[in-house]
Ligand binder design. Structure first.
Ligand SMILES: Nc1ncnc2c1ncn2[C@@H]1O[C@H](COP(=O)(O)OP(=O)(O)O)[C@@H](O)[C@H]1O
Ligand SMILES: [Mg+2]
Length: 361
């Protein structure tokens, strides 16, 4: 049973004009055996958070608590945590086997036990045959698997991943992320994964925390973050997102919110913060694939006229940029039906946002 709790953790670097708040009053719990990701743009504090948990940094304020014990003063080598870095950080002069055995030697285990454990983790990542090679004789994906095996050899109670797949090409990245999750499930180990890649975070995580400038924006299951963003930042960061600023006109009896944009566009929103009251300024948001295209103009609410300004055919989807009369551009992404494939730049088009797909923040 291993749970990580960060309680009001702040980490500052430097002083005066050089002061940086890398992590800002972060409170979050990673549950036992959970695959939990920290997601956010470069510089938002992901690596610093991992280093605080691993013990390479000490919080300026707050507590890092592992299994109920505050570990602020416990050195890294006594935290039983495995780490996998983006750079692999393998020892180039050691063989694959020796890389895996290194941490076990450092812990002073008896030789037969070291042999057993190193062999066992190499088997786990399907690299037993490569035991005698040096890192330079392996592909990038294999090197990353050695790094994972090495981190598991010490039988950690937690494994931390810092953008471990970013040096691999796109196809291998997708394969490896599946492998990682299967391994984590099999071992039942608590995992904290850091990435700036939203698709990766959504694909592999039980839950995700989105960070911006050191601050927690939202924690939730992948679908919650994608479908029910609570902040402008989260809405914008995940998926291909449309965000429209509007003023609440009234709450309707059917519980939809009637809003009006600055240019006078009237919309009905049927999801999110529907408790907003008349006069309030809100953001309404919808993902590109929720917008429907009606080249022939159907009936109903939230029908918006516009002009196609960009057409991108990407196989499973046809992406259109549609400029509204007020100049705002909305992104759409739909199945490339025969009808849609006829559309060209400059064509007039009517789009429709189903109210239940228009989300109020
Ligand atoms: N040792 C350090 N000294 C000074 N500033 C640092 C240090 N480590 C990180 N930072 C700053 O803290 C912020 C967060 O960095 P980091 O945690 O590496 O972000 P991420 O991993 O999300 O890209 C950045 O502004 C970074 O420049
Ligand atoms: Mg980082």
């Amino acid at each position: 049973m291993t749970e990580i709790v960060l309680r009001n953790v702040t980490k500052e670097f430097g002083a005066g004009d050089d002061r940086v708040i890398a992590v800002d009053d972060l409170t979050v719990t990673v549950q036992d055996q959970e695959f939990f990701s920290l997601l956010g743009p470069s510089g938002c504090g992901k690596t610093t958070t991992l280093r605080l948990i691993a013990g390479f940094e000490r919080p300026s304020k707050g507590q890092v608590i592992i299994d109920g014990q505050t570990v602020n003063d416990i050195p890294p080598n006594r935290r039983q945590i495995g780490i996998v870095f983006q750079s692999y950080a393998l020892f180039p002069h050691l063989t694959v086997f020796e890389n895996c055995a290194f941490g076990l030697h450092a812990r002073g285990l008896p030789e037969p036990e070291i042999q057993d454990k190193a062999n066992e983790v190499l088997k786990l990542v399907h690299l037993s045959e490569m035991a005698d090679r040096r890192p330079s004789q392996l592909s990038g994906g294999q090197q990353q698997r050695v790094a994972i095996a090495r981190s598991l050899a010490i039988e950690p109670r937690i494994i931390l991943f810092d953008e471990p797949l970013s040096n691999l090409d796109a196809k291998l990245r997708v394969e490896m992320r599946g492998e990682l999750v299967r391994l984590q499930r099999r071992l039942g180990i608590t995992a904290l994964y850091v990435t700036h890649d939203q698709e990766e975070a959504l694909a592999i995580s039980d839950r995700v925390a989105v960070l911006d400038a050191g601050r927690l924006q939202q924690v939730g299951e992948p679908w919650e973050l994608y479908e029910h963003p609570q902040t402008h930042f989260v809405a914008d960061f995940l998926g291909r997102t449309n965000l429209i600023e509007a003023t609440v006109v009234e709450r309707q009896a059917n519980s939809w919110l009637h809003v009006r944009t600055a240019s006078g566009l009237e919309l009905l929103a049927g999801a999110g913060r529907l408790d907003r009251t008349a006069g309030q300024t809100v953001w309404v948001t919808t993902k590109a694939e929720k917008i429907q295209i009606h080249p022939n103009d159907g009936g109903g609410v939230n029908l918006i006229p516009g002009t196609v300004t960009e057409v991108q055919y990407i196989g499973p989807k046809l992406d259109l940029s549609v400029q509204l009369d007020d100049g705002q551009i909305l992104l759409t992404s739909n199945e490339p039906t025969l009808e849609l494939r006829r559309l060209q730049r400059g064509d007039p088009v009517t789009i429709q946002i189903p109210p239940e797909m228009l989300y109020v923040i």
